[in-house]
Design a protein around this ligand. Sequence first.
Ligand code: FPP
Length: 266
Amino acid sequence: MQIFKPYLDDRVKALIDDLSLLEKIDIRCLPQSVAIIMDGNGRWAKKRGLPRAIGHRNGAERLRSIIKLSSALGIKYLTLYTFSTENWKRSYGEVAFLMDLMVEYLSREIDELHQNNIRIVPIGDLSALPLPTRRELEAGRNLTSANSGLTVNIAVNYGGRQELVDAVRLLAEQVCAGELTVEQIDEKAISDRLYTAGQIDPDLLIRTSGELRLSNYLLYQSAYSELYFTDVLWPDFSADEYLKALADYGHRERRFGKESSVKRGD
Ligand code: FPP
């Protein structure tokens, strides 16, 4: 098989330790949309005898290289699970730290993201967030809304079931108002009312830290996503680990319910 490896400029190459990983990437077989469950910050910190907050801080630092590489590779959507509807059950201190970290991260990074033509789209119920976090997310969305490069969806106070509840309520309201008939409710009608309306579904869904669950993430959108699980804890998920996931995706046969075109033994 001939591999068409991606062209990357030196600044992006500098993020990669093992450049031979690029030999394993076929530019024609890259996902257009990647979703990530960034799990394992707490365990990463515990292993080092550090507070969980340090794990989250190092987790946030990881985003820089993953976003840069996604953008350089021409990936169109990157959806990051930063805070779920269930994460409110964590201690007050940890929730407050994560909310502040989001403000700190966005206020520091947003100009560079904007200069790199990256569009920030918060997805989830922002109304329940502390005001500074909500303001920062909304400011990021407004500043970058016309950008045409990589879209980074920041899933915050996000729950896949809640997203479906919201979509169903919207549909019901529109039917009651006579704007929509029951017969017009199809898969596209639902998709168009999700937080990710207008976007393509994730081709690849990555979860770090060895957990093998979806945890209420993108339940409707991930129907045909390829799943990639790794034991690597999120703060250790380097550009190299990301390239391994992308190379693995390149070898998957996506069938969408059709029969296999690969003969057994191939
Ligand atoms: C899961 O690890 C991680 C989270 C709940 C938070 C994810 C947040 C970040 C990576 C950084 C914040 C993001 C931005 C945009 C600044 P865990 O705490 O459940 O780890 P554990 O399972 O090992 O305890």
